[in-house]
Write a protein that binds this ligand. Structure first.
Ligand code: NAD
Ligand code: GLY
Length: 360
């Protein structure tokens, strides 16, 4: 097992990464401070892994809430079901919530934990590649609004992240590729050597080579933990983790949550951001082509949906947490391995990119 740390003073926590972790009761129990434990999961993950977790927690008063599966259910309404369960079971403020699932469950479970009685402890048990490399680490929690992705939420850190790499065996190939989008992101924003390693290892990752996956997860979490430790609430460098996300969130909202997986929308957004970076004169055409080639080889889409024209894109991109005073700000690339902080974008250049990239 590998153990990393997110260093945040008295809110620091470990990330455990390895095989067979769900069976190791001690890894959970050391972070649970009372008898009352609520497990939040969904109808896909529960039949696969809930029993394993329950077996590790036999000494506790356990409640479970099994939510419908899908990005379209990451809503305030669904959150209500978690609060109902906590209240009906008369859970106190020293209760612990365990989020067992992908990023949707982690984001909602974490937000419910942040809100219930103004904050109860929670543990992240991420079960998708995307959640293991990104969403379970760093304390961004929340839900979507019909008008904007992740627009309602809180920063709220877990007690620990437990990433059992064996659970990825049941993940389908499309979901595995979606996770790779966020892995590629780390190489692009701050780790050129990792990008080169990904160019060499992408086939092994898609073939689920255990060593390659373990390396990618550990390396991604290390990058994320360092960024979060430096800038927990995104006043600076943390924004670079949003490379491609303003385009991506527009795609997710504009096509209806769930049509594109989050990782797929981010993959397209990364390519759009890279194209814009080239048009700014920062990224070379050769590096743009390397990025698009790697994203494709990861099994991800690179072309934006035809249904979203530039006008609709701009309308959707106007609802984004990086924008200030209603003006769009984006993360771009100076080169592979170096992202900019949020930059205001000249509207003509943005429109040109939206009208030309992937449109012929
Ligand atoms: P997801 O949670 O919808 O999971 C993807 C699918 O895989 C679901 O159908 C799920 O039920 C299924 N699944 C989960 N684990 C499985 C397993 N082990 N075997 C088989 N099936 C399994 O999607 P995701 O890609 O994990 O997460 C995307 C979400 O994460 C988005 O809502 C996105 O906004 C959010 N996100 C948050 C952050 C953050 O910092 N908080 C970062 C990135 C993404
Ligand atoms: N996924 C973006 C962040 O955690 O900041």
């Amino acid at each position: 097992m590998k153990q990393l740390h997110v260093e945040l003073g008295d809110r620091s926590y470990p990330i455990y990464i390895g095989s067979q972790l769900l069976n190791q009761a001690d890894l959970y129990t050391r972070h649970i401070k009372s008898r009352q434990v609520l497990i939040v999961t969904n109808e896909t993950v529960a039949p696969l892994y809930l029993d394993k977790v329950l077996q590790s927690l036999q000494a506790y008063q356990i409640e479970t809430v099994i939510l419908a599966d899908g990005e379209q259910y990451k809503t305030l309404d669904t959150l209500g079901r978690i609060f109902d369960k906590l209240l009906v079971a008369k859970f106190s403020r020293n209760a612990t919530l365990i989020a067992l699932g992908g990023g949707v469950i982690g984001d909602m479970g974490g937000f419910a934990a942040a809100c219930y009685q103004r904050g109860i402890a929670f543990l992240q048990i991420p079960t998708t590649l995307l959640a293991q490399v990104d969403s379970s680490v760093g304390g961004k929690t929340g839900v979507n609004h019909p008008l904007g992705k992740n627009m309602i939420g809180a920063f709220y850190q877990p007690q620990c992240v437990l990433a059992d790499t064996d659970v990825l065996d049941t993940l389908d190939d499309r979901q595995l590729s979606a996770g790779l989008a966020e892995v590629i992101k780390y190489g692009l924003i701050r780790d050129a050597d990792f990008f080169v390693w990904l160019e060499h290892s992408i086939d092994a990752l898609r073939a689920r080579d255990k060593n390659a996956l373990a390396h990618a997860i550990e390396h991604s979490c290390r990058n994320k933990a360092d960024i979060v430790a430096e800038d927990e609430t995104e006043t600076g460098v943390r924004a670079t983790l949003n490379l491609g996300h303003t385009f991506g969130h527009a795609i997710e909202t504009g096509t209806g949550y769930g049509a594109y997986l989050h990782g797929e929308a981010v993959a397209i957004g990364i390519c759009q951001a890279a194209e814009l970076s080239m048009r700014k004169g920062w990224l070379s055409r050769q590096d743009l082509e390397r990025i698009i080639a790697l994203v494709r080889r990861a099994g991800l889409p690179v072309i934006p949906p035809a249904a979203l024209d530039s006008e609709r894109f701009l309308e959707l991109m106007a609802v984004d947490k990086k924008n200030l005073d209603g003006r769009i700000r984006l993360i771009l690339l100076e080169k592979i391995g170096k992202a900019t902080l949020p930059v205001y974008i000249d509207r003509t250049l943005l429109e040109l990119t939206l009208n030309t990239y992937g449109r012929n």
